[in-house]
Design a protein around this ligand. Structure first.
Ligand code: NAI
Length: 459
């Protein structure tokens, strides 16, 4: 029996594509080599890290935040086994949820490593599956660094850092990107001394400059140490620990840091196992090249998600999965890359969408800035959680919102309001004139929109 579509990879891009295609009437199989569905995100990425971020945040609150509310805690201790068990349970339930959705939508889950022979044949073990089309959604893997040999025990990627069996005394994180800061936060909150080594002289490279500055200050205040403008040239296991060689990028003497655990988090590279038989066009970094309809250079073979590059985010992959399924069903699938929110789940969180001040300046676009601090937001004050700000960037001529950058409590949820507004082509005044509940954190977003025209009421 031939399929209408075989999706290779069961991560957020692949499994969403498979479900949407089945909803549209196609006979679909999704091939996944892991035992469980959900890809990196559900198994060893977004979901387990957010579970640990939540647990470690509560631990930190109990230790350092509750006293301000008049709550006394004696004998506080973290039980890592319970924490890891809860994380595993969350992952288990969510991955089983996808298996349920596959059954509900009659998607065949084929377990094994796929070898894509052509647009019409995929081999999995001793099975040869026939199909009308293929979508490749094989994702990405941690990028290696010469001189740093990952063993997932002492020198780990995010995968190992999500399953440590004890809290390291000293942890060195290579890379001040999203993974480094999120997982560095988890282990610092649980008691590790964390030093982040970053090649650039700032953290969170794609973020707005003001966001980068305040986040550095806040993370330093929490006790995270940074070696900016430095790179790691070697990390070598020595006894029970690791010796890390760190050198200034501008030149100068190398220094050695001792660590129990080293986390390598310098980005991710495309993962394209099982595609060797195909002559797929790749860009210089190995990402599969596709057109606006996710077609590769081989007719009938499409690709989505991390393996095609761009923002390496689960929700971007999901949207591409929906779009390509709709295109294959004869519809007009489309992804608006100008409005892909991104969130850093540190505390406070960062939520961002659209363009940064730096990008607008570089593009020569005249813009106005509206900014409002959470220290002037009533709900944030009530919560004793008032670090950060909401900032909206609008076109100086039309007032259309071009970007928003929020550092603060629940910033990852607050950014959704601006994303929807941008999708509708809203102006800052549209948000400014929309009634927002009081007292709520979302009022900070409204005040930032008011501030675009110099009309903030509470600042
Ligand atoms: P990243 O690209 O966010 O950050 C990597 C950092 O490492 C950069 O700051 C870079 O300058 C630095 N770096 C590169 N080479 C270095 C070297 N030799 N020495 C020191 N620093 C060096 O990559 P990351 O954090 O590994 O994340 C990978 C992907 O996963 C990202 O695309 C990210 O968007 C995604 N992700 C998203 C999350 C979220 O949405 N909350 C959570 C975790 C990951």
């Amino acid at each position: 029996m031939a399929y209408d579509l075989i999706v290779v990879g069961g991560g957020p891009g692949g499994y969403v594509c498979a479900i949407r295609a089945a909803q549209l009437g196609m006979k679909v199989a999704c091939v996944e080599k892991r035992d469980t569905l959900g890809g990196t995100c559900l198994n060893v990425g977004c979901i387990p890290s957010k579970a640990l971020l939540q647990s470690s945040h509560l631990f930190e609150m109990a230790g350092h935040g509750f006293s301000a509310h008049g709550i006394k805690v004696d004998g506080l201790a973290a039980d890592l086994d319970v924490m890891m068990g809860r994380k595993a349970k969350v992952v288990d339930e969510l991955t089983k949820g996808i298996a349920f959705l596959f059954r509900k939508n009659k998607v065949d889950h084929v377990h094994g490593t796929a070898r894509v022979v052509s647009a019409h044949e995929v081999v999995v073990g001793d099975r040869r599956l026939q199909t009308k089309a293929v979508v490749i959604a094989t994702g990405s893997e941690s990028a290696p660094l010469p001189g740093v040999d990952v063993d997932e025990e002492r020198i780990v990627t995010s995968t190992g850092a999500l399953s440590l069996t004890s809290v390291p005394r000293k942890m060195v994180v290579i890379g001040a990107g999203v993974i480094g800061l999120e997982l560095g936060s988890v282990w610092r909150r649980l008691g590790a001394e964390v030093t982040v080594v970053e090649f650039l002289d700032f953290i969170l490279p794609p973020m707005d400059g003001e966001v980068r500055k305040i986040m550095l200050r806040l993370l330093q205040r929490q006790g995270m140490a940074f070696r900016l403008g430095h790179s790691v040239t070697a990390a070598v296991r020595e006894g029970e620990g690791v010796k890390v060689t760190v050198e200034p990028v501008q030149g100068g003497g190398a220094e050695t840091l001792a660590a129990d655990i080293v986390l390598l988090a310098i980005g991710r590279r495309p993962h394209a196992e099982g595609l060797d038989a195909l002559k797929l066009d790749r860009d210089p970094r190995g990402f599969i090249v596709v057109d606006r309809r996710f077609c590769t250079n081989i007719p009938g073979i499409h690709a989505i998600g991390d393996v095609i590059g761009g923002a390496m985010l689960a929700h971007k992959a999901e949207d591409e999965g929906v779009a390509v399924a709709e295109i294959l069903a004869g519809g007009a699938g489309h992804v608006n890359y100008d409005v892909i929110p991104s969130v850093v789940y540190t505390w406070p969180e960062v939520g961002a969408v659209g363009r940064t001040e730096e990008q607008l300046k570089e593009a020569g676009i005249a813009f106005t800035v509206g900014k409002f601090p959470f220290s002037a937001n009533a709900r944030a004050k009530c919560n004793a959680d008032a670090d950060g700000f909401a900032k909206i960037l609008a076109d100086a001529r039309t007032d259309r919102i071009l970007g928003a950058h929020i550092v603060g409590p629940q910033a990852g949820d607050l950014i959704a309001e601006v994303s929807v507004a941008m999708e509708f082509g809203a102006s800052a005044e549209d948000i400014a004139r929309s009634c927002h509940a009081h007292p709520s954190l979302a009022e900070a977003v409204r005040e930032a929109a008011l501030a675009v025209a110099g009309r903030a009421v509470h600042a």
